[in-house]
Ligand binder design. Structure first.
Ligand code: BV8
Length: 228
């Protein structure tokens, strides 16, 4: 089981959340990443996600060596590899990871609050964006906001019940329930826990092995060592 956070996409040019120049240093989470914010000012929330969606489409924003190393691990590892990401970017998808759960949603999709249809939506959303299914006007980003239940939790906890190895990559370990997955894995008897990050996360004491440095260096080196 591999859990990734914003740190793995940093060297692809996408901001993290809690670093000094991170997203939450520029905009208040309460204004753009909660259902109340969307109800209060949908235009502002759309603007926030439209800007991040547009950034994702820039030619220089591509999967980096860490994303590619995880896709290679999935191809070459004799057992099951399940990748859970908190990231809403599509860099793991574009790197070729197959067994992938976007537990906080996906920037490249829109969801209809009326009929729940999820549609690919690479472009900008507005308050007039119509659902391709039921034509309701008022699509929302297919994102899990604070106070909303993350996606794929049943699949995640079921996979964790059987996991022998839990790896946390590029996450500060500050958002739950994602940050609680390593403790859940340990409770279920996972044999080994590994943290690959720029610096120790909030839960670093729960990890048997810890390697610190930029993801594009630390992750490929760790994958090479594991496959060897
Ligand atoms: C829920 C989508 C109920 C939006 C996101 C009080 C205590 C505990 C919990 C709570 C509480 N009050 C409220 C809560 C619950 C709340 C929560 O945890 N709040 C926190 C702030 C305290 N959680 C929720 O609301 C969740 N829902 O609880 O529902 C429930 C739960 C279970 C079952 C039933 C009901 C919903 C949370 C999802 C919110 N949506 N994202 C968007 O993206 O716009 S969360 C957001 O934070 C992102 O998804 C992000 O991925 C996530 C975590 O952040 P990180 O990925 O870790 O990024 P961060 O910047 O923090 O860290 C980056 C790390 O990378 C750093 O460690 C850095 O050192 C490292 N790094 C930097 N550069 C590099 C690097 N590493 C390697 N290489 C580099 N180059």
């Amino acid at each position: 089981m591999i859990l990734t956070g914003a740190g793995i996409s940093k060297e692809s040019g996408l901001d993290t959340f809690r670093d000094a120049e991170g997203i939450w240093a520029k905009v208040r989470l309460e204004d753009v990443a909660t259902p109340e914010a969307f109800h209060r000012d949908p235009g502002m929330v759309h603007e926030f996600y439209n800007a991040r969606r547009a950034q994702l489409r820039q030619a220089n924003v591509v999967p980096n060596a860490a994303h590619l190393a995880l896709a290679r691990l999935e191809r070459e590892w004799p057992g099951e590899v399940t990748l859970i990401t908190q990231n809403v970017d599509d860099l793991h998808d574009r790197a070729g990871s197959q067994s992938l759960i976007h537990m906080h949603g996906q920037l490249t999709k829109a969801r209809c609050p009326t009929c729940n249809l999820v549609s690919p939506w690479p472009g900008a959303l507005t308050i007039a964006s119509q659902c391709p299914g039921c034509h309701f006007e008022g699509l929302r980003p297919h994102i899990v906001w604070f106070g909303e239940v993350p996606m794929g939790l049943r699949r995640i906890y079921t996979a964790l019940d059987e996991a022998s190895l839990f790896v946390s990559i590029g996450t500060s370990g500050s958002v739950y329930p994602a940050a609680g997955l390593v403790a859940y894995a340990l409770e279920k008897g996972v044999e080994r826990t590994v943290e690959l990050n720029l610096e120790p996360s909030d839960g670093s004491r729960l990890f048997d092995e810890r390697r610190y440095g930029p993801a594009t260096e630390v992750v490929p080196a760790w994958v090479d060592a594991l496959l060897a």
